[in-house]
Design a protein around this ligand. Structure first.
Ligand SMILES: C[S@@+](CC[C@H](N)C(=O)[O-])C[C@H]1O[C@@H](n2cnc3c(N)ncnc32)[C@H](O)[C@@H]1O
Length: 344
């Protein structure tokens, strides 16, 4: 029987996908290869992927020979790792380290799918400062590509960026230490200001630290990335309108960088790593390190110069920077600096 009851119009599901998984079709590379290529052509990095930086320069320096043993201290997406495995062509072995327990198994699967086996490589869930825990008789080459991967930045649940809302976490290994939100809850104003200055040369460190304390006094404990971003906006509200937007963006980038360095104890880990590297390089072994801000680069430069003066390294090189072409196709490369050393 027909009724006159109006049929409920099907609800429009919206033009834009609602979830991160839906939005970023690139996260399913088998299905959406064309989209991935399009995103890369536009100079962007597809979500769930990381574009490795200065690969050709690093490979040229390492000059990998068959049967060599290597270490990649920052495996990430495995881009440099795979390029080095290809050079070995199923001879030799490479150990890969990463502190991130979320991305590490994905990279393992990806490497397996690319045709490499446990004969070719071994992965270790470790902080690179503990490289002595890897069972090896020494390396012909060691590389490190510091900082975070695009997969970490692009995952809102990790809290690495103010571009998405998510918990203010910023830990590369979420099972170690405390979140950035907890750090900000427990630091004094002077400590926050010092952390912003020391880790990111933040020019508005005082204003931002003051606003974080103001928020705290009102009961806002900055539990999300957006809450921190809003606090930075508030701190810089008195800047002239003409420069405000850009200043807020840059201050937010620097503040997130400073917090990331703080919660992951990045300088301490790098310092320990740089001290251990010469102990684990074979004679004439090579080390190449990519860094992305002046604090890291200073530490690497000092360590390399120190061991060169001591006669432990026979050669040091750098800093080298990516070509303009590379920066054009991958803007995330723009602040990269490569330093290399060769052991005596
Ligand atoms: C820039 S990404 C590396 C990308 C990689 N070279 C590639 O081509 O795909 C940096 C990686 O280093 C890891 N990492 C950063 N600090 C670390 C540390 N102290 N110990 C171990 N891994 C670390 C991060 O979790 C991240 O996966």
């Amino acid at each position: 029987m027909e009724t006159n009851k109006p049929v409920r119009r099907k609800r429009y599901s919206g033009k834009y996908p609602k979830t991160f998984e839906e939005k970023y079709k690139e996260k399913q590379p088998d299905k959406y290869q064309d989209i991935i290529e399009h995103v890369m052509e536009k100079g962007n990095t597809p979500a769930g992927m990381h574009r490795s930086i200065m690969v050709d320069e690093i490979l040229a320096f390492l000059d990998i020979k068959p049967h060599q043993i290597g270490l990649d201290a920052t495996l990430g997406f495995g881009g440099h790792f795979k390029a080095m495995l290809e050079k070995l062509n199923h001879t030799g072995h490479i150990h890969g380290i990463d502190t991130d327990p979320i991305e590490l198994p994905k990279t393992y699967e990806r490497l397996k799918k690319s045709g490499f086996t446990d004969q070719d490589f071994t992965l270790h869930h470790l902080n690179f400062k503990d490289l002595d825990l890897v069972d090896s008789k020494g390396y012909d080459f060691i590389i490190a590509d510091l900082g975070v991967s695009s997969m970490q930045i692009d995952d809102p649940s990790r809290g690495f960026t103010f571009k998405f809302d998510g918990p203010l976490d910023l830990r590369m290994n979420p099972s170690v230490g405390v979140t950035a939100s907890v750090r900000l809850r427990n630091m004094s104003m002077e400590e926050i200001e010092g952390m912003l200055l020391e880790n990111a040369d933040e020019i508005y460190a005082k204003e931002i630290a003051q606003e974080i304390i103001n928020a705290r006094l009102k009961g806002d404990f900055l539990e999300t990335t957006k809450a921190l971003h809003k606090t930075i906006e508030k701190a810089l509200m008195r800047l002239p309108k003409s420069i405000q937007k850009d200043a807020i963006k840059k201050a937010s980038q620097r503040t997130f960088q400073a917090l990331r360095i703080d919660v992951n104890h990045e300088f301490e880990a790098l310092f320990e790593f740089l001290e251990k590297v010469p102990l684990y390089l074979k004679p004439s072994g090579k080390v190449a390190i990519l860094s992305f801000h002046s604090g890291e680069d200073r530490l690497i430069k000092k360590a390399f110069q120190h061991y060169y003066r001591e006669g432990i390294y026979k050669e040091i090189q750098g800093p080298d920077i990516p070509s303009l072409d590379e920066v054009h196709t991958n803007p995330r490369a723009r602040s990269a600096k490569l330093r290399c050393a060769v052991k005596k």
